[in-house]
Write a protein that binds this ligand. Structure first.
Ligand SMILES: Nc1ncnc2c1ncn2[C@@H]1O[C@H](COP(=O)(O)OP(=O)(O)O)[C@@H](O)[C@H]1O
Ligand SMILES: [Mg+2]
Length: 311
């Protein structure tokens, strides 16, 4: 659905994206993840034909985005980072206008706009001035706009930025639903969002792709983030030293909570040390109230990839 080959964009003297190559298959929800300034918006603007790359090529639904820009754009709904809206138009009026602009047949506009208002939860505010809407509703108008010409591909640039947790959940659910019928490229720097919505993730940093895989595989590849927590009363000071001797344990740190000692164990990739730790605790007659595995999150992957030195 999207094919990107050796895409590079330089702004005056600065390389924003550097030789990007990736594909997004039909029906995928691809997360596009990276810190601020990584090049996410630049890539999305190029894919939506808003500006040309310095070099490289890209196609949408088989159409080269510059040689066949109109055909490519007919397949694509783009929601930019800061949705530009006309504040003095009413919601329905704006969407009607956008539908006409995008070439939706006149006789179909009412139905299409009705559908996207329904889908994006805009019925309650359809007669309101856009300028009077909350940020969450404005984002929904942006999404409805992107959907109005029935594109099969959606490019959404940080669709949940600036929303409160409830609104984020609503927009996330909406995107998940849309993913049943659309291919989606979704940029975000909110990590749980990607874990919950995306089938694959590209991690981009300083204009280069650092990783591209399913969230599960990225987690699996994590070298150091998984660990084990033991909360116990050992009645001695040598708990840390004892635990360090367990095979597969790389490091142990200790905090306390009242009488309880809380040991955090860093563990080698793939090692599961829980049964050995339990055995040790049992042999030493430690009183245990919790032994649990801390699962690596995508956040750990992200930090490890984009800031390998502080991980
Ligand atoms: N119009 C522009 N002119 C000059 N530099 C830009 C422009 N837009 C973005 N950049 C630079 O390109 C890099 C990538 O920016 P951007 O694509 O907006 O990143 P992201 O969306 O991942 O935060 C940044 O270093 C940014 O400062
Ligand atoms: Mg951006």
């Amino acid at each position: 659905m999207i094919k990107v080959e050796n895409l590079t964009k330089r702004y005056a003297g600065q390389t924003a994206i550097d030789d990007l190559t990736f594909e997004v298959g039909k029906g995928e929800i691809m997360g596009f993840l990276g810190p601020n300034g990584a090049g996410k918006s630049t890539t999305m603007r190029i894919l939506s034909s808003f500006m040309p790359p310095t070099s490289g090529r890209a196609s949408v639904a088989g159409f080269d985005i510059f040689e066949k820009s109109l055909e490519a754009r007919a397949h694509l709904g783009y929601m930019p980072e800061n949705v530009p809206l006309y504040n003095d138009m009413r919601v329905t009026e704006y969407l009607d206008y956008r539908a006409a602009l995008k070439g939706v047949a006149h006789r179909r506009i009412k139905e299409r706009v009705g559908d996207v208002k329904e889908l994006c939860g805009l019925k309650d505010v359809e007669k309101k001035l856009i300028g009077a809407l909350s940020k969450g509703y404005r984002q929904r108008v942006g999404l409805a706009d992107a959907l109005v010409n029935e594109p099969d591909l959606l490019i959404l640039d940080e669709p949940t930025s600036g929303l409160d947790p409830n609104q984020i959940r609503q927009v996330r659910d909406l995107i998940k639903n849309l993913g049943r019928q659309h291919t989606i490229l979704l940029s975000t720097h909110i990590l749980p969002e990607v874990e919950m919505t995306c089938s694959r993730v590209i991690i981009i940093n300083k204009g280069r792709i650092e990783a591209c895989d399913t969230p599960e595989n990225l987690l699996h590849q994590m070298r150091s983030a998984s660990g084990v927590v033991l909360e116990a009363k050992t009645g001695s000071d040598d708990g840390v030293e004892e635990l360090k001797k367990v095979a597969g344990v790389k490091d142990v740190s200790l905090t306390s909570e009242g009488d309880w000692q809380i040991f955090s164990l860093r563990v080698e990739a793939g090692a599961d040390v829980r049964s050995e730790v339990f055995q040790l605790a049992s042999d030493r007659k430690w009183v245990v109230r919790e032994l649990s595995q801390r699962k690596a999150t995508l956040e750990d992957v992200f930090v490890e990839i984009t800031h390998p030195d502080d991980a």
